[in-house]
Design a protein around this ligand. Structure first.
Ligand code: FDA
Length: 312
């Protein structure tokens, strides 16, 4: 994790609409461009090709058509239609049926009821086809409403959906109890957003300690949980807790981001664990990419080399 000030800078950049527009226009023109390390491409076809490569390495995928913070009903409608087209392409491709999406992509900022309607439209297509749909967790102002929408859909019988909990947030351990009691699937992450002290731990050690506590609960009491991290210490802890409690490797999975720690991904596959790779793609890649830069100083150098140094 980067120090707090740098993380703040990258989050401010991530929110800049002008930079986002420019980046979407110029940043991914050629496959070697700097963002391609983390983004599987702009088109569904490119993303499916990347997904096949991941599957060929013995892992599964969750596909994420990037997009968030949509500001109009029209754009939310368009995002919903785009997602349904992705679902159809995945069905046609014969690959495993698993997607991740964000509720602000479906219009949560514009109108909550419409975002729920849009989500239902996607579920109408995914459920008969046997998809699992993960609702990504966004920054803290969206956590309560995201969990509320999840609960409502779960109560209405939508059982092929799951949520994400961020160990950085103070409320998450309580949320974990509630969601576990429902029998729902949780993806555990540390949290990608810069959050205020009132709601989130500020020190990496505290975020990690909360992650470790939640990980233990999930491995021993969770329902097909996802331990989503690239942190070798957390991965080792998960393996240790599973061994101690005789939890078989097929009762949980590790998840990592496309382009991050491929060595660890391969090591876990070789050791007999399930690994799912989060494959993000699409034109709206800029905020996601900025969050990845904000996580690790070395990535900033990588990006700068990508922008200025590709000639030499
Ligand atoms: P930590 O930040 O401590 O990093 C541990 C090590 O991992 C680093 O030392 C480095 O080696 C490597 N690493 C981490 N990030 C890297 C990067 N960007 N580039 C290169 N190496 C890196 N967050 C969220 O708020 N909502 C969500 O819905 C999701 N969804 C999600 C899905 C999946 C599958 C994953 C893996 C992660 C998320 N996240 C997320 C992101 C998550 O909250 C977190 O920001 C990142 O995973 C980085 O934290 P780590 O757990 O890897 O640990």
């Amino acid at each position: 994790m980067l120090d707090s000030a740098s993380k703040t800078i990258f989050h401010l950049i991530a929110r800049s609409r002008t930079l986002k527009r420019l980046a979407s226009r110029y940043g991914m023109r050629k496959p070697s461009s700097f963002a391609r390390r983390f983004i599987a491409g702009e088109t569904v076809a490119e993303a499916l090709e990347a997904a096949r490569e991941v599957e060929a390495r013995g892992m599964t995928v969750t596909m994420d058509l990037l997009g968030e913070s949509v500001t109009s009903l029209d754009k939310a409608d368009a995002a919903t239609r785009d997602y349904i087209a992705v679902v159809d392409a995945m069905i046609a491709s014969g690959m495993e049926r698993n997607i991740s999406l964000k509720l602000t992509q479906l219009g949560l900022d514009v109108d909550k009821a419409m975002a729920v309607d849009n989500f239902r439209k996607i579920l109408e297509r995914t459920e008969p086809a046997g998809f699992f749909v993960r609702i990504d967790m966004e920054n803290s102002p969206y956590v309560a409403v995201t969990l509320e929408i999840f609960e409502m859909l779960w109560r209405h019988g939508h059982r092929h959906i799951g949520v994400v909990l961020q160990s950085a947030l103070r409320r998450s351990e309580q949320d974990l109890q509630t969601i576990n009691a429902r029998g729902a699937r949780v993806r555990l992450v540390k949290g990608a957003y810069k959050e205020p002290k009132a709601v989130a731990y500020q020190k990496k050690a505290d975020v990690d300690a909360a992650y470790a506590r939640m990980l233990k609960v999930l491995i021993t009491e969770g329902h097909n949980p996802a331990i989503a991290t690239h942190d070798p210490a957390m991965i080792e802890l998960a393996r240790q807790v599973a061994r101690e409690h005789h939890v078989a490797p097929d009762r949980f999975e590790f998840q990592m981001l496309y382009g991050v720690r491929r060595d660890l991904q391969a090591m876990l596959v070789a050791a007999g664990y399930r690994v799912r790779v989060y494959v993000p793609f699409g034109r709206e890649w800029f905020p996601y990419f900025m969050r990845r830069l904000g996580e690790r100083p070395a990535n900033v150098m990588f990006a700068i080399r990508g922008i200025f140094g590709e000639r030499g």
